[in-house]
Design a protein around this ligand. Structure first.
Ligand SMILES: [Fe+2]
Length: 241
């Protein structure tokens, strides 16, 4: 299957993901071996990381493309970022320089804090939509805000898309993330699944295990929609299925 990943930290030296060019190449090799054809690496767009610098991230993306091509790996890389849903992001939005997905920039990956409450989530998602960008909320199953009954559905009703971390299905992010991912899958709330890969160690193994778990649980059609069709549509700026 021609898989697409819009959430991973494979660009070296930008955040808590890959640390060296060699790790980036190995991560790319792992993804390509699983059938991924396109990846939009999503460095943490936070001031405490080099990934918070859009220009530095763009330069690293170009360098990574070269390294991957030199290694003989066929994997297309696209622009991306994992943006904290906060005032800084909203100010970039207001300034017309938010960091979205791919060439089209019609979608943007945003994340909520893991633990802190975000009472004004719907209003912030609305501001992104009002700017003509559809927010894709990263791994809601990992964020306590979404442990509140109905909160994930509320984000979807507000117009956001939700992104499942594949590793949640195999317990990689703990029991709560596993339980919430099961709940949100049952409720049909996810539009996209991503790896959130941070390094190459055993990557091919755990991602393969998670893809298998998703297919076993939800079927081949759901796997295709979440891991291929919709992430490809998001990159292209097309409506999601
Ligand atoms: Fe991430």
């Amino acid at each position: 299957m021609d898989l697409v990943d819009i959430h991973c930290h494979m660009l070296w030296g930008l955040d808590d993901g890959c640390r060296t060019p060699e790790e980036t190449v190995e991560a790319a090799r792992a993804l390509a071996s699983l059938g991924y054809t396109d990846v939009a690496p999503s460095p943490h767009a936070q001031a405490r990381y080099a990934g918070g610098d859009a220009a530095a991230s763009a330069r690293r993306l170009a360098q990574a493309r070269e390294r991957i091509a030199e290694a003989g790996i066929t994997l297309r890389l696209h622009g991306g970022a994992e943006n904290p849903l906060d005032r800084r992001y909203l100010s970039l939005l207001a300034a017309g320089t938010p960091r979205g997905l791919g060439e089209t920039q019609r979608y943007a990956l945003v994340e909520l804090p893991f633990i802190d409450a975000v009472p004004d989530m719907v209003a912030m998602l609305g501001q992104i939509l009002a700017a003509g960008i559809r927010p894709i909320v990263a791994h809601p199953e990992r964020c306590l805000e979404f442990d509140q009954p109905g909160r994930a559905a509320e984000a979807v009703r507000a117009g956001a898309a939700l992104q499942l971390n594949l590793g949640s299905l195999t317990g990689r992010h703990g029991q709560l993330a596993y339980e919430l991912s099961e709940r949100f899958l049952t409720e049909g709330l996810y539009s996209v699944a991503g790896t959130d890969l941070h390094g190459p160690l055993e990557a091919a193994d755990w991602i393969d295990e998670a893809l298998t778990a998703l297919e076993k649980r939800s079927g081949a059609q759901a796997l295709r929609r979440l891991c291929s069709e919709n992430p490809r549509r998001a990159l292209a700026g097309d409506p999601l299925l």
